[in-house]
Design a protein around this ligand. Structure first.
Ligand code: CA
Length: 229
């Protein structure tokens, strides 16, 4: 695996420097931006493997940077790890509105940030396991092209949404707990991040549109993909 490139967008210089140092120690190439406009420009020109994006930035804030990255053809699939000073904002950060892949609440431990970053890089650089195309009724999942379609419509999934859909579909008919999904899709299972799974499932259902019912909620346990579409 070649050296992954990580872009950090953060206006607090001490955090920026600490994260920069630790990610370089962990074998990453690091790009830095002190504001949203510069961060967006670097993401578009350099196409990093991961963007670590602070929510509160001067000028263009992290929310807007995230939205623009998700709208851009060449930047849509870049994983985004959001940094926020506000706890309990999960829905807004990784929910419908923003579409980040993961988040960390400040103050965070540098070690955890590095572990999260490595987990994201690992799972997005590895091909989705399970090989071939999956076709169920109107739904088509093609791991080779990283493409998911509903009745011929490209669902335009982020890397994490794609892995989640693929994992659920491969395990159709079997209940997947949030913990298992975190472990298999996100690459780690930390307590307290189960809501990350819920918000991603909600977003995935929204993108699935008329096929949203394929993902069933198993109350108190997790999710199950319907066996036959
Ligand atoms: Ca900030």
């Amino acid at each position: 695996m070649s050296k992954p490139t990580v872009l950090i967008v953060e206006d607090e210089r001490d955090i920026l420097d600490v994260v920069d140092f630790n990610l370089r120690q962990a074998g990453c190439k690091v790009l830095k931006a002190l504001d949203g406009t510069e961060g967006l420009r670097l993401a578009q020109s350099e196409k990093p493997d991961l963007v670590i994006l602070d929510l509160m930035l001067p000028g263009m804030d992290g929310k807007e940077v995230c939205r623009r990255l998700r709208q851009g053809e060449g930047t849509r699939a870049i994983p985004i790890l959001m940094l926020t000073a506000l706890a309990g904002e999960t829905d807004r950060i990784i929910g419908f509105e923003l579409g980040a892949d993961d988040y960390l609440t400040k103050p965070f431990s540098t070690r955890e940030l590095v572990l999260r970053s490595q987990a994201i890089l690992r799972r997005t650089q590895e091909p989705v396991s399970g090989g071939g195309r999956i076709s169920m009724g109107d739904l088509l999942i093609d791991p080779e092209r990283h493409l998911a379609e509903a009745a011929g419509r490209d669902l335009q999934l982020t890397a994490t949404e794609f892995r989640l859909l693929h994992h659920l579909a491969v395990n159709a008919g079997k209940v997947q707990t949030r913990e298992v999904l975190l472990e298999r899709v996100w690459g780690y299972a930390y307590e307290g991040y189960a809501r990350t799974v819920d918000t991603h499932v909600r977003r995935l259902r929204k993108k699935l549109g008329e096929l949203a019912d394929l993902i069933e909620t198993v109350r108190g346990i997790g999710y199950r993909f319907q066996e036959s579409a």
